[in-house]
Design a protein. Sequence first.
Length: 177
Amino acid sequence: MTTDVMKQSEDAGVPWWLVLIEGIALLILGIMFIAEPRMTTTIVVWLLGFYWLVVGILKIVSIFQDNAMWGWKLFAGILGILAGILVIRHPVWSPLVVGSALVIVLGIQGIIIGVVSIVQAFKGAGWGAGILGAISIIIGILLLANIWLFTFSLPWVLGILAIVGGIIAIIAAFKLK
């Protein structure tokens, strides 16, 4: 590849090799979620706990550089630190708590988006918005009615999404090249 072509692909956005690495990483993560869902979920949630801990500390440190909305920054920082410590200290049950919290948030979000879509349908957005709103409400209710079922199936869903996303990223990388 000549330097001109390489320069053009980098000017267009992200370098192709970075997209390739992302695709390979997603593919490996997806395979790990499918092959060893319990261990992979535990490791990913544990890393998430470290992330929350670091971000919480940085959020509190940022108060000293910019004290605008310091109350919210302090609250978010303390919440991040506490969540990080809890997840790191309790690696056995934290994947269940984080997974079920995610399912609950998605269920509530589905219901809210569904209600908004139905209201928009009555205001003239059309039948499509109303039908999609009703489907969103049904999915939200299903998620909230079967929290543990969806929590335990979450690693496989994430694995399939990661594999598909990894394949798409690898194909996109070669198209960029």
